[in-house]
Design a protein around this ligand. Structure first.
Ligand code: CP
Length: 330
């Protein structure tokens, strides 16, 4: 366990060692248990401030960060480009330096393709306080950590040898970023899981992320495979994470996106797909889900689904992240 995390940015799980990530997980499990037992937590970040800058909308991320700060005794401030001088051209350095001189951390969601993650690293270069990714164009580290915590709770700390499938699913129109599948294929091999990535032609992930995922798998001594066949990918899987993402590496043109997606309406998870996996297999999704397109309601609301536990765990991992990096007093 590595506990030297004060002021550490969290923009990608790649920037944290496995030991450091375990520290976050253990802290999250403790905070969750303590909260359930009514152990007071509002001294941990008393009088500390988190700025939350959203370039895009959110249900889970905004409310879990804001609630987390309240539970730890601090305060969270919701910002958008329009509500600040960012819309008038103020850059990441100036915004990060000024907010960092008032508060204790800055969290940013910026999914602009080719811009988002670079904006966060630019801010981190100058800001005196830690910068957190609340999802950008490349990564969604808080989501991936909440997903990992959910698996640890259900299956224990030793996940070696488990087959984790990240699969594309159909969803009309809306071009979702690549950040969730990319965060998963990078993180899960580091915790011993064999990862299979399934997608139809045209929906590949960023080449540099694939290289990182392959390297992570090689270092961990686990498998990393790709498939264009959803059924084959699901066979004998332990963990199923089917979700849609846009063909961003090919096109963002709305008409082309729609035409491409329409060819793959059969990439919708049904109980037949779930039955291809192991008996104890679980269905996972970061939400929001496009019901009836990404998966049938029977699967989403069925006994194998962990989606609400994943959503809840966003709160606990983010509380752990904030307490560890903002100098929380336990
Ligand atoms: N999973 C997730 O990040 O949800 P929101 O977009 O609602 O924050």
């Amino acid at each position: 366990m590595d506990t030297q995390l004060f002021k550490k940015d969290f923009i990608s799980t790649q920037d944290w060692s496995v030991d450091e990530l375990w520290t976050m997980l253990e802290a999250a499990l403790k905070l969750k248990a303590d909260f359930a037992m009514g152990v007071p937590q509002d001294h941990i970040l008393r009088a500390k401030t988190l700025y939350m800058l959203f370039f895009e909308e959110s249900t889970r991320t905004r409310n879990s960060f804001e609630t987390g700060m309240t539970q730890l005794g601090g305060h969270a401030i919701f910002l958008t480009p329009k509500a600040t001088q960012i819309d008038h051209g103020e850059n990441a350095k100036d915004t990060g330096l000024v907010l960092g001189s008032y508060g204790n951390a800055i969290a940013v969601r910026d999914c602009r393709t080719g811009i988002g993650q670079r904006y966060l690293y630019q801010m981190a270069k100058h800001s005196p306080v830690p910068i957190y990714s609340m999802q950008e164009d490349v990564d969604h580290p808080c989501q991936a950590m909440a997903d990992l915590m959910t698996l640890v709770e259900r299956f224990g700390r030793d996940l070696r040898g488990r087959k984790f499938v990240v699969s594309w699913t159909h969803a009309p129109k809306y071009v979702r970023p690549l950040s969730v599948p990319q965060s998963l294929v990078m993180l899960m091999p580091r915790f011993g899981m064999d990862v299979t990535l399934a997608y139809p032609e045209g929906y590949h992930l960023m080449p540099e992320i694939m290289e990182t995922a392959r390297n992570n798998a090689e270092i961990a001594g686990v498998k990393f495979e790709e498939s264009n066949d959803m059924d084959a990918a699901f066979e004998d899987a332990d963990f199923l994470y089917p979700k849609s993402w846009g063909p961003i590496m090919v096109t963002e043109d709305e008409a082309e996106v729609e035409a491409m997606a329409a060819k793959h309406e059969d990439w919708c998870v049904t109980q037949r797909h779930m039955d291809l996996a192991k008996k104890h297999a679980v269905y996972m999704h970061c939400m929001p889900i496009d019901r009836g397109h990404e998966a049938d309601n029977d699967v989403i609301d069925g006994p194998q689904s962990l989606i609400y536990q994943q959503a809840e765990n966003r709160l606990h991992v983010q509380k752990a992240l904030m307490a560890l990096t903002m100098g929380g007093r336990w």
